[in-house]
Design a protein around this ligand. Structure first.
Ligand code: ZN
Length: 241
C-alpha cells in the first residue's frame, strides 16, 4: 500500500470531510469567511465555495490567513507510520517515527488499536504503511515469540528522565527472570521511588520490547498489565520454560 496523496482539490476536500489523520500537514485548508487556515482533520464544516487549499502553511499565510488556534497548523507534526501484525499474543500495533519505534501495543481489534494510537498522539500525522513497516512488523512479531533472539531496531520511546531510567532497567532484566517495583527502584538508584517506577511501567510505550511484564509484586503475584494480565501470564510462562 502506498501512502495516501492528495493530488487535487477533490481529493483534499474528501480527506477533509473524512477528517483524515494521514492528511495532516500534507496540505492546508483556508476558509475565506473566517480568515483561518487549518489541517485537514480539524473538523470544521465550511462550505466548499469558501475553501481554498494551500500546499504549504507559508502559502496560506502569504494569502492573508492566520493559523487556527484549535488544530495549530503552524506546528510541525511528528510523522508516525503504523500498521498491525498478528502475533502469538494477538494483534500488535507498531508505530515508527523518523527516529525509531515509537509505540508497540497489544490488543484484539485493529480499529481499537488505531483509535488508541490517535488518542495518544493527537498532534501527529498518522500514516498507515504496512508495506513500509514490513521489516519492523516481522521483527516485532518475531521478538514477541522469541525474546531471547533480541531486537535490533532503533527505539524512540520518549519520556521523562525517570521513565527513561526505568525503561532501561526493565530491558536489563533477562528473559526468564522477574523483578519487583522496589528492586527496579533500587536498580535506578531511587530506592524510595517504587510508586513512580510502577507509573513508569504503566506508561511504557513499547509492549514486550521494554519488558514491563517482568515486573511483579514483591510476593510474586502478577500485579496488573495494561495489555491484559492473561498476556502477561503467557509471556512469563513462555520465558520461564
Ligand atoms: Zn483548525
Amino acid at each position: 500500500m502506498t501512502v495516501s496523496t492528495y493530488p487535487d482539490d477533490d481529493a483534499r476536500w474528501d480527506a477533509m470531510r473524512r477528517k483524515d489523520r494521514a492528511a495532516e500537514g500534507a496540505f492546508f485548508i483556508a476558509v475565506r469567511t473566517t480568515g483561518v487556515y487549518c489541517v485537514a482533520s480539524c473538523g470544521g464544516r465550511p462550505l466548499r465555495k469558501n475553501v481554498e487549499f494551500h500546499d504549504t502553511r507559508q502559502s496560506a499565510r502569504d494569502a492573508g490567513f492566520r493559523a487556527c488556534l484549535r488544530c495549530r497548523p503552524d506546528i510541525d507534526r511528528e510523522v508516525l507510520r503504523h500498521a498491525t501484525v498478528p502475533t502469538s499474543l494477538g494483534l500488535a500495533l507498531v508505530a515508527r517515527s523518523d527516529a525509531g519505534l515509537r509505540l508497540v501495543t497489544l490488543g484484539d481489534d485493529a480499529d481499537a488499536l488505531t483509535a488508541d494510537l490517535a488518542k495518544r498522539f493527537p498532534a501527529a500525522r498518522l500514516l498507515p504503511d504496512p508495506d513500509g513497516l514490513s521489516g519492523e512488523l516481522a521483527a516485532v512479531a518475531g521478538f514477541i515469540d522469541r525474546p531471547e533472539t533480541g531486537l535490533i531496531l532503533p527505539l524512540d520511546d520518549r519520556g521523562t528522565a525517570l521513565q527513561q531510567a526505568v525503561w532501561g532497567a526493565l530491558r536489563a532484566i533477562p528473559a526468564g527472570q522477574t523483578a519487583s517495583y522496589a528492586q527496579v527502584a533500587r536498580a535506578i538508584g531511587r530506592p524510595a521511588a517504587a510508586r513512580a517506577v510502577a507509573q513508569a511501567c504503566g506508561a511504557n510505550p513499547l509492549a514486550v520490547i521494554t519488558p514491563c511484564h517482568r515486573v511483579v509484586r514483591a510476593d510474586g503475584g502478577l500485579s496488573g498489565y495494561r495489555w491484559g494480565v492473561a498476556r502477561k501470564a503467557a509471556l512469563l510462562a513462555r520465558e520461564a520454560a
